[in-house]
Design a protein. Structure first.
Length: 503
């Protein structure tokens, strides 16, 4: 049994390392992008595809990756994902042109979609004791939340002192160490595979539906919400995802058993977490631009400026979340956690050109990190608890899907709001800016005004996340004795009735 496996804590080290690599990759390339664009001759119009190719492959294939983990076995899927991710990273680092770079990024996304759900579902089936599970998910939650900010630091350092190619090559040692460790250390509990035949219509409909959704939001950012292709993508996504739900309700072995979604606690986690990520991803983008463009920080200094958020996340996840998770119902960690993060966002609505880093940005980041860390930790555990082990991969994939789609929506939605507010601010005051210096100052003021307007929306989104967490998630204080339902001999109806956070 997993609870007596003496190597599970060693296994956690390699699972956490792999998760860190995937989360790092979401932000590390952002800082290196201007240098890579110049070296490879990528046009401004195609520049966004370096980010979008990864997001589309990763977001679109996550549910498929989760189902593959349930079918092949999580350990095997995890190791294959790591090796593939390392190979794709080597290809990206060695890229000689635009096509090679975009292909490498799409491959990274595809192997990331295998890796991420396998990592989370391994934790779900290996740590079944309540206190141990709290510690394990505390570490995992801190990495899932703080890894993006670590990526900004590492990306800045590698780009400034080495070369943009190292933002790709750095993944290779991570992947090799994690794959070797996983191969020798991880022992997957028996009886957790789902050997039902693959639901091919479900795979096609979910992949196309998610790709259309992510691409619709990505395109809205550059082309506008009324663009015909943008609208077409949203319509196509709605039709494809509706067809996917209908298919899953009818087929014998669905890709995503609807029982995973219809439990109100898991549904509440997916929904509230996706919304919170919308707010968080938008903020990463705005703060990076604010610090570099308005404040004139170097890439490395910008990365280090995010340290308070990482510290806050680690404290929130490993100290607050872990200590309280076995004592209070999860909604009383998630709701207040999102509201604390919202308070940090609220401080950032006061941004001005001359804002003091120590006086406003630092305390705002600490609050944001503490809140997100405290909320992420029980969310990660609750999203995979109580599911049949044969569904653990696809339940884990839903966590990643809500984060990935939330990230794409956040970047596009908040960026569009910021751009509109900036344009309106500059248009109202353009007549008064006659000298070149006054025009430059107006541009900077307009940017900051746009960021503040978008951050107000992020505050509102976090309040809604907190409300969803408190109202939908109704499971009580964890019972410390039980383990995840084995699924053997249970019908689908019985599975959903397992107390979702019965540890």
């Amino acid at each position: 049994m997993s609870e007596t496996d003496p190597r599970r804590w060693k296994a956690l080290v390699f699972i956490a390392l792999a998760q860190l690599m995937v989360v790092l990759d979401a932000t590390i390339v952002n800082i290196a992008l201007p240098s890579a664009q110049q070296d490879l001759g990528i046009s401004d119009g195609n520049r966004q595809w370096v980010i979008t190719a990864y997001a589309l492959a990763f977001g679109g294939l996550l549910l498929f990756g989760g189902r593959i983990a349930d079918l092949w076995g999580r350990k095997r899927t995890f190791v294959v994902g790591l090796i593939g991710f390392a190979a794709a990273s080597a290809l990206g680092g060695a890229a000689t042109g635009e096509a090679m770079m975009l292909g490498a990024r799409a491959l990274q996304g595809a192997f990331g979609a295998l890796l991420a759900p396998a990592a989370l579902s391994l934790l779900a089936v290996m740590f079944t004791d309540g206190k141990e599970r709290a510690k394990a998910f505390g570490i995992y939650g801190a990495i899932a939340g703080g890894g993006g900010a670590v990526g900004l630091i590492l990306g800045g350092f590698l780009t400034e002192y080495l070369d943009w190619r190292w933002t790709f090559f750095v993944n290779i040692p991570f992947a090799i160490v994690a794959a070797a460790g996983a191969y020798f250390v991880i022992r997957e509990p028996a009886g957790g595979r789902n050997r039902s035949p693959l639901d091919i219509p479900g795979v096609i409909l979910s992949t196309l539906g998610l790709v259309a959704l992510v691409y619709g939001f990505t395109r809205a950012e550059s082309e506008g919400w009324s663009d015909a292709t943008t609208v077409g993508m949203f319509v196509a996504s709605a039709v494809l995802l509706a067809a996917f739900v209908l298919t899953e309700a009818k087929v014998k072995s669905p890709l995503l058993p609807l029982r995973v979604l219809t439990d109100r606690n898991r549904g509440g986690v997916y929904f509230s977490l996706g919304l919170a990520v919308i707010a968080m991803f938008g903020l990463f983008l705005f703060l990076t631009y604010y610090l570099q463009v308005v404040k004139g920080y170097s890439p490395v200094k910008t990365g280090f400026a995010f340290l308070p958020m990482i510290v806050g996340m680690i404290i929130g996840s490993t100290q607050i979340g872990t200590r309280l998770m076995t004592r209070v119902p999860p909604r009383w960690l998630m709701g207040p956690g999102f509201l604390t993060a919202g308070a940090g966002m609220l401080l950032l609505t006061q941004l001005e050109i001359g804002t003091s880093y120590a006086g406003l940005i630092l305390p705002a980041q600490l609050l944001l990190g503490l809140g997100m860390g405290t909320a992420f930790m029980p969310a990660m555990s609750l999203a995979t608890h109580g599911v049949d082990p044969r569904d653990a991969g696809v339940a884990s994939a839903m966590v990643n899907t809500s984060q990935q789609v939330g990230g794409a929506i956040g970047t596009a939605l908040l960026n569009t709001i910021a751009a509109s507010a900036t344009t309106a601010y500059i248009a109202d005051r353009a007549a008064g800016a006659t000298s070149e210096g006054a025009q430059k100052l107006l541009q900077l003021q307009g940017m900051v005004e746009g960021y503040a307007a978008a951050i107000w929306w992020a505050v509102g989104i976090l309040v809604v996340s907190a409300a969803i967490a408190v109202t939908l998630i109704n499971t009580g204080k964890p019972d410390m004795g039980a383990v995840v339902g084995s699924g053997e001999g249970k019908g689908a109806e019985d599975e959903v009735k397992i107390p979702v956070i019965a540890h």
